[in-house]
Write a protein that binds this ligand. Sequence first.
Ligand SMILES: Cc1ncc(COP(=O)(O)O)c(C=O)c1O
Length: 386
Amino acid sequence: MYQARTPPLASRLPNVGTTIFTVMSALAAECGAVNLGQGFPDFHCDPALVEHVHAAMQEGLNQYPPMAGVPALRQAVAAKIAALHGRRYDADREITITAGATQAILTAVLCCVHPGDEVVVLEPCYDSYAPNVELAGGTVVRVPLTPGTFRPDFERIAAALGPRTRAIIVNTPHNPAAVVWTRAEMQRLAELLAPTDVLLIADEVYEHMVFDGGEHVSAAAIPELAARAFVVSSFGKTFHVTGWKVGSVAAPAALTAEFRKVHQFNVFTVNTPMQHGLARYLADPAPYLDLAAFYQRKRDLFRAGLAASRLRLLPCEGSYFQSVDYSAVSDLPEAEFCQWLTREIGVAAIPMSAFYEGGFEQHIARLCFAKRDETLQQALDRLARL
Ligand SMILES: Cc1ncc(COP(=O)(O)O)c(C=O)c1O
């Protein structure tokens, strides 16, 4: 008789544990803290969007859509990019609908990175990038954004590019540092990559949250970059529906063909009624064009309140994150400070060090202002004690 036994498993991702977002959200719930840690809205999306999805379901649009996504949605995405960034992607061969940006980035990495290839990531960065590269058998080459400003350091990026570099992942507007790359910076990146075969994975999920009249310069808008780029967007971020997990990727036909090979045997396709609902909703550009003003008002309300505390505000050019330097308040390392802030002050934040492999300490915490005004005010009342 054999005993039931679970065979041991050699981890593909031995260094991955529970993410800081899960830890801080659990702690926030346990302490009754206002959760400004994890990046998602605590308000509803536009009811019109839900109505469009509901209508699609009632019309019976509930079976598998085409592998690359519902044509009407791909066409709407192509038209939006053409109007905003001046590049006309072919909806049939160059746009793919994905299960959020996270799946899009993983799929882009898996389709182009071979074992031994190097992928440059700029730290601090979104936590899925490095594990994605590791899953593909690639090597992560970490380049820090300039400490203090979090702007790209092109000398260091240039030094990191070598014969094994397959791709670089760039995120603008940036989570967690809220920096938006300028046109000159995007051009500089294009110059650096031009003599190489390095591909660009452009994570642009906060594309519609750029403040103070600034512009989001998409990789799609720079021909030398667009020719080598997977441009990644997220409807979840843009339309306050992070739980729907629907995103898109725009890439030249040759790159899209490889992308779809992996996508086909990964998720195959993305849920049908959401895609129809989003396609109909996109007919009106106002919701995404008005998003910057919507979040700028929240940013300004939040910053004005924080100015009364001893937290030093870092610039916030885009995204829905506000980072603060807490040196005047505490000597604690970032993770401990965020735990203390959650337990003692009742506001959950994320340590900036969580976005670095080596846990670089700068006395900075990230707060999310994608919250109802009442939530922000409640957090501000508590933070005023600092
Ligand atoms: C920089 C960045 N990229 C990608 C994502 C994931 O987007 P999605 O929810 O569409 O997978 C996030 C979400 O927090 C993010 O901050």
